[in-house]
Design a protein around this ligand. Structure first.
Ligand SMILES: NC(=O)c1ccc[n+]([C@@H]2O[C@H](COP(=O)([O-])OP(=O)(O)OC[C@H]3O[C@@H](n4cnc5c(N)ncnc54)[C@H](O)[C@@H]3O)[C@@H](O)[C@H]2O)c1
Length: 254
């Protein structure tokens, strides 16, 4: 499977470093970034091509992996899906715009392309998907991050945001993809609280879900990526797992 990557930052570097040495049928063939130097550096690591021409990349790959920004999803996903190429999208916040969501779902269906949203920096999506249509009453996400991770300079714990996921992604577009992923998984605008906490050095996501099935609670305490403290290691690892799953016969979990 030939893969083209949009965005050659923290996540792309972890994915490439993990996938390339395994030689397991996944070829990181093209690398695209608005910063061409980043694309060239990663291309030399991957043994791939730094794409100067986005169309050429799309024409020559089976799948495009986006790990750049919500803006890049809006700019590039219609073309990629329109050419019938599957996509993995990390910047899930883009999907909180319902018009955009419906439009690219339509393009993907028409062109027989699939859109994959990895579970990213959280655990528990399997359960949320399972109960989404079976009396799920409410889903709450509490995200706790360090001042560094949220780009703040404070020395006391503070609630930065409390409200719906659709509003959270507008205020924190690069920090709260998990809220968007959960919302897409259960097809509702979930409740979100974002806390900046000088006492933590991890990106902590606590999900609670209640409904006719009972109740569950998951807590993920992620180490941030060294290259980008906003991003959790687990997010990159979930994309690696998803990529590998396309070549597997037995699929476990969801
Ligand atoms: N789904 C999740 O759970 C999850 C978790 C963490 C991060 N993310 C998202 O994944 C994305 C990548 O994260 P990262 O930590 O690797 O970011 P990063 O800042 O380390 O790297 C992003 C790269 O994309 C490039 N880029 C940005 N916009 C672009 C555009 N329009 N066209 C071309 N290149 C562009 C930048 O130049 C940069 O090299 C972000 O949007 C982030 O919010 C999702």
């Amino acid at each position: 499977m030939k893969v083209g990557i949009i965005g050659c930052g923290a996540i792309a570097n972890i994915i490439t470093t993990s996938i390339v040495p395994e030689n397991n049928g996944i070829e990181i063939a093209y690398l695209f970034d608005k910063d061409i130097e980043r694309a060239e550096n990663l291309a030399s690591l991957a043994g791939g091509v730094a794409a100067l021409d986005f169309d050429e990349m799309v024409d020559n790959v089976d799948l495009v992996l986006e790990c750049a920004s919500p803006d890049s999803v809006r700019s590039f996903a219609p073309e990629v899906l329109g050419k019938g190429r599957d996509m993995i999208i990390m910047s899930v916040g883009a999907f909180m715009d319902i018009d955009f969501y419906q439009n690219i779902e339509k393009i993907a269906k028409k062109n027989n392309a699939k859109i994959h949203l990895p579970s990213g920096a959280i655990v528990g999506l399997d359960g949320i998907k399972a109960v989404a249509k079976f009396g799920l009453k409410d889903v709450n996400l509490v995200t706790r991050k360090s001042p560094k991770s949220l780009g703040k300079n404070i020395d006391k714990e503070e609630i930065l945001f409390e409200g719906k996921a659709s509003e959270a992604v507008k205020e924190f577009p690069l920090n709260i993809n998990v809220a968007a992923t959960i919302s897409v998984a259960c097809q509702r605008d979930i409740n979100v609280k974002i806390i900046v906490d000088p006492k933590v050095d991890r990106n902590v996501h606590e999900i609670t879900a209640r409904g006719d099935f009972g109740e569950f609670k998951t807590t993920t305490m992620n180490y941030p990526c060294a290259a980008n403290p906003k991003t959790s290691m687990l997010a990159a690892l979930s994309a690696i797992r998803l990529l590998k799953s396309f070549n597997e016969t037995i699929s476990v979990g969801m």
